[in-house]
Design a binder for this molecule. Structure first.
Ligand code: GLU
Length: 419
C-alpha cells in the first residue's frame, strides 16, 4: 500500500474531523484513541480464473469500525484504487452517519480493488460470490449488513444475498440491503441517497432564504447520487446548470433537461454531447457561480486550491469525504454553508434501515411510505445539526460530527469494556 494514497489522506481527514469534534464536545482523549482504530479488519484474496485460462488475483476488504450502537452497516465499493485506508475512512464515516441519523447501526465498509467497467458480468459475479464467501463468517443480519456503494448495485446485492443464503441453508434477505425490489428490496432505495441530498439542499435553502425555484445547481458526478438529486431538484424548479461524469462536464445557463440527460447518458455512456449544452472542464464546474454545488463523485476533490475557487453559497456533499480539512477551512472562512457528507448522503443508509426492518418483518412498504419516513428522518437530523451548529457556534461539519461522536461516545462509556 502506498503511504500517500488518496485513501491515506482521506483517513487523515476523517480522523482530523473526529478529533475536532471530540475536543469541541469535551469527549475524553481515551475515547478518541479508542475510536481511531476499527474493531475488526478483514482482508481477503480473491482469485479469478480468466477466460484465457490465466489466474488473476483481486484484493478485498471489510472493515468493521464500531458496533457500539448496533450491528455494523455499510456499503461495498468496487473501484481500482480501493485500499485499506480508504475503506477504513469510509467505515468510520458510516459509524457517524448512522449515529447522526439515530439509526440503530454501527459502521462498516467493504471494497474490492477492481474495475467493474472492464469486467464481464460473469467475472463480476464470480468475484462477488467469492468475496461474500470469504467474509461470510463475519456478516449476518444481526452482525454486519452490507449495501451498495460506488460501482456496486442491486444485482451485486442479489448475488451477495444468494451466496450467503446458500451457505447458511435458508433465504436471508435481511443480510444485505439495496437488493432488487422483487427480491426483498425496498421501494425507492435506488433513488434514496439522491433524494436525501435533495431534502438537505431544500432545508439549507429554506434556512438561508434562497428560493429553491430558480436556484442554480452544479453537480459533480452523474451516478446514482448525482442523477437522483438532479431529478428531484429540477422537479422542484431548481436549475441544474452543470453536470459532470468521469469523462467530462457540460453547462447550460438556462438549466439542463435532467430527464433527457439521463436518457442521453444511458444511450452514450457519458453526459458530453448532450443537446444545447456547452462542454466545460470538469474542474471549472467546481468554481461556477451557483447557489448549490453538489460534489457527488469521490473523496478529496475540494482541496484548498479548489475551495478558493468555489463560488457556491451551499456545498452539499453527495459523495463521502469530498472536502479535505484544508478545503473545509477555506469554505468556512468564505461563509459557504456546508451540508457535510454524513448528513447530505445519509438517505441511502436510512432507507437501507427501512429495507432491513421490512425484511425482518417480511413486509413490503409502498414507495410513498418509504420516502415520507425518509424525509421525516432527514429533516429531523438536519434540524438537530442546525441546533447544534448554533449552540456550539461551529460550522455544520463540526456540528454534525459533535452530535454523532457524542452519541457513539455515550454508548461506549455506558457499555464499558468487557472482557
Ligand atoms: N454506501 C452508502 C453510504 O455510503 C449506503 C450504505 C448502506 O446503505 O448501508 O452511505
Amino acid at each position: 500500500m502506498n503511504d500517500t494514497s488518496i485513501g491515506t489522506v482521506f483517513l487523515e481527514n476523517v480522523l482530523g474531523n473526529v478529533k475536532n469534534a471530540c475536543e469541541l464536545a469535551n469527549i475524553p482523549v481515551e475515547i478518541y484513541e479508542f475510536l481511531k482504530r476499527p474493531k475488526r479488519i478483514i482482508i481477503v484474496s480473491i482469485p479469478l480464473r480468466a477466460r484465457d485460462g490465466s489466474l488473476k488475483n483481486f484484493i478485498g476488504y471489510r472493515v468493521q469500525h464500531s458496533d457500539a450502537l448496533g450491528p455494523y452497516k455499510g456499503g461495498i465499493r468496487y473501484y481500482p484504487t480501493v485500499d485499506l485506508d480508504e475503506v477504513t475512512a469510509l467505515a468510520m464515516l458510516m459509524t457517524y452517519k448512522c449515529a447522526a441519523l439515530s439509526l440503530p447501526f454501527g459502521g462498516a465498509k467493504g471494497g474490492v480493488a477492481c474495475d467493474p467497467r472492464k469486467l464481464s458480468l460473469e467475472d463480476l459475479e464470480r468475484i462477488t460470490r467469492r468475496y461474500t464467501y470469504m467474509i461470510s463468517s463475519v456478516i449476518g443480519p444481526y452482525v454486519d449488513i452490507p449495501a451498495p456503494d460506488v460501482y456496486t448495485d442491486a444485482r451485486v446485492m442479489a448475488w451477495i444475498m444468494d451466496t450467503y443464503s446458500q451457505l447458511v441453508g435458508r433465504q436471508v434477505p435481511e443480510v444485505v440491503t439495496g437488493k432488487p425490489v422483487y427480491l426483498g428490496g425496498c421501494e425507492g432505495r435506488e433513488e434514496a441517497t439522491g433524494y436525501g441530498t435533495f431534502i438537505t439542499v431544500r432545508e439549507a435553502c429554506k434556512l438561508l432564504g434562497i428560493p429553491l425555484k430558480g436556484a442554480r445547481v452544479a453537480i459533480q458526478g452523474f451516478g446514482n447520487v448525482g442523477r437522483h438529486a438532479a431529478l428531484h431538484l429540477s422537479s422542484f424548479g431548481a436549475k441544474v446548470v452543470a453536470v459532470s461524469d468521469s469523462k467530462g462536464a457540460i453547462y447550460r445557463k438556462e438549466g439542463l433537461n435532467v430527464e433527457k440527460l439521463i436518457e442521453h447518458k444511458k444511450a452514450t455512456g457519458e453526459v458530453r454531447g448532450f443537446q444545447d449544452s456547452t462542454p466545460i472542464d470538469g474542474d471549472e464546474l467546481l468554481g461556477l457561480e451557483v447557489d448549490v454545488l453538489i460534489p457527488a463523485a469521490l473523496e478529496g476533490v475540494i482541496n484548498k486550491e479548489v475551495a478558493e475557487r468555489v463560488r457556491a453559497k451551499i456545498v452539499a456533499e453527495g459523495a463521502n469525504g469530498p472536502t479535505t480539512i484544508e478545503g473545509n477551512k477555506v469554505l468556512q472562512e468564505k461563509g459557504v454553508f456546508i451540508v457535510p457528507d454524513i448528513l447530505a448522503n445519509a438517505g441511502g443508509v436510512t432507507t437501507s434501515y427501512l429495507e432491513w426492518i421490512q425484511n425482518l418483518q417480511r413486509e413490503h412498504w409502498p414507495r410513498e411510505k418509504v420516502l415520507s419516513t425518509l424525509e421525516e428522518k432527514m429533516v429531523k437530523a438536519f434540524n438537530d445539526a442546525v441546533e447544534t451548529h448554533r449552540r456550539i457556534e461551529a460550522g455544520m461539519r463540526d456540528a454534525v460530527m459533535v452530535l454523532a461522536v457524542s452519541r457513539v461516545a455515550l454508548a461506549i462509556q455506558t457499555l464499558g469494556i468487557w472482557p
